[in-house]
Structure formats: C-alpha cells, structure tokens
Design a protein around this ligand. Sequence first.
Ligand code: 5GP
Length: 203
Amino acid sequence: MHKNGFLVVISGPSGGGKGTVVRRVREMMPELALSVSATTRPPRVGEEDGREYYFLDRDAFEEMVAREEMLEYTSYCGNYYGTPKKEAQRIMASGKNMILEIEVEGAEQVKRLYPDAVSIMLIPPTIEEMRQRLVGRGTEPIETVEKRLSRAAEEIQLAGEYDYIVINQRDEIEACAKQICEIIHAEGARTGRMTAEIEAFLI
Ligand code: 5GP
C-alpha cells in the first residue's frame, strides 16, 4: 500500500550548526530525502549547483515566483531563497519523508500549506557561540555576519511556533542529530500516520 511521506521542516539561525547536523541526520536516515532549494546568493567555495542549491540570478528566481513554481520563498539578508514545487512534489509522490532546511518565514508558509508538517527549530546554546561559529567558518564578510546575527535573534523569538526545539550543544553534533532522528521516528508512529497498517487488520 502506498503511504504518503511527511514533511520535516528544520529552521534555525545561521551559525547554529544546522548544515552539519542535517548532513549527519541524512547519514543516519538515508531514506529521508532533502529538497534542494533555489537561491540568488553566490555559491560558497565547494558548493555545487544542484547539490547544495540551484544557484539562480534574480530574474530567473523572480520568473519562477511569477510562474508560481515555488512552494514557498523569502528574501533573507538580501538574497532570495525558495523551495521549487517540482522538486518537493516529486519527492512527496515517491512516498518518502522529506526534510526542508529553511528559515522561519518559509517554515510558516509550509505549515500553512501542510499543517501536519513537523517543525523543528535548531538553536545554538548561546548567542556568543553562534557568533564564534559564524566568524570562525569565515564564509561571510563581517557585515553579513552582523546581519545574520541580528536576523538570528528575530528567528529565535519565533521558536514558540515550532513543534520541537533542539539545542545544538558545542561538540555534540552526534547527540543533536540523534535527537532529531528520534523525533522523526516518533512522528512516523503517530496514530494518524499509521492508519494503513491498522486498516490491514480490519478486513
Ligand atoms: P545560507 O545562505 O546560510 O545557505 O542560508 C541562509 C538561510 O536561508 C538559512 O536559514 C537557510 O535555512 C535558509 N534557506 C535555505 N533554503 C531555503 C528555502 O528554500 N526557503 C527558505 N525560506 N529559506 C531557505
């Protein structure tokens, strides 16, 4: 019997260690599909088009929005980011659970469209830790770091809208990824998601 997958939305401020944790979650749960977003920000060293993001110019992005080809999108620190509908629909049709690593405004749009999406906010233990991580990774100029830090404070204020909050303690990536996997496993066992298994007994 075909079972629909569910959406897992992970948000959290830049410098919260989200990328690393999500990578580890996917290694622990290879059956979980990741939706590749589109963005207008330039690729960082080592990033590949179609793997980390689809890198588009502003015109191409705006055209996709005008053609209603984005499931959700937002402008974040001067660049557009969005989830292409085609990508998300292809994954969901395959019955896989899908993970979206997106910021808070996008998460809100997804929750409106898919109320049973599971939302998780991943936060660093302290603002100082986050600053150190952002400066330490050296992928952004200092003005962008400051912009991202002030945006982070706004994002964390919305934590109450999320189903779960996970703290990414320093040097605890493994434990953090494991906690997220446990949430996803438990959500998969919710009664409402097990109706097909129960119905099989009723015939
Ligand atoms: P970064 O530039 O560090 O890769 O991403 C900046 C922020 O944009 C992160 O919070 C990331 O989760 C978010 N983001 C990435 N892809 C998407 C997307 O498709 N939609 C939305 N709304 N946010 C995204």
